[in-house]
Design a protein around this ligand. Structure first.
Ligand SMILES: [Zn+2]
Length: 127
């Protein structure tokens, strides 16, 4: 009987420990940006890294953004940031260097991914 109670207590302790670890994980995921922002002058790197939004600046003005599609299809997505051309996205970054794009990115071909970039995170549109 004592052994049984000891096992139950041990299992309960492991469960509590596990949910605490899950909670820490959830907080870490919330705090950690899933998309890194890299600002570049003159040209984009030849090889783009995943989970990275590259913003091309000219005289400090963002005019083009590119990234590898976050769905994993490996397609390169180019977003125009110049208001004179359409379609056009508005790029911003906060004090922590987390990028946002407006409006959403919606691929009409291929993987049909539809998502927002908000404060360095991908927010998928619910189909
Ligand atoms: Zn994709």
């Amino acid at each position: 009987m004592i052994r049984f109670i000891s096992n139950v207590v041990r299992a309960a302790a492991a469960r509590v420990k596990g949910s605490a670890a899950a909670a820490v994980d959830a907080v870490a995921r919330f705090l950690r940006p899933s998309i890194r922002l890299v600002k570049v002058e003159s040209e984009f790197p030849k090889r783009l890294k995943p989970h990275t939004l590259y913003v091309l600046l000219e005289d400090g003005v963002p005019w083009q953004a590119t990234m590898i599609c976050p769905c994993g299809c490996a397609q390169t997505l180019d977003m125009n940031l110049l208001p004179d051309e359409k379609p056009c996205w508005r790029f911003s970054s906060d004090r922590m260097g987390r990028a946002s794009l407006h409006p959403s990115v919606w691929r009409k071909i291929g993987c049909h991914s539809h998502f927002w970039v908000r404060q360095g995170r991908i927010i998928w549109a619910i189909p």
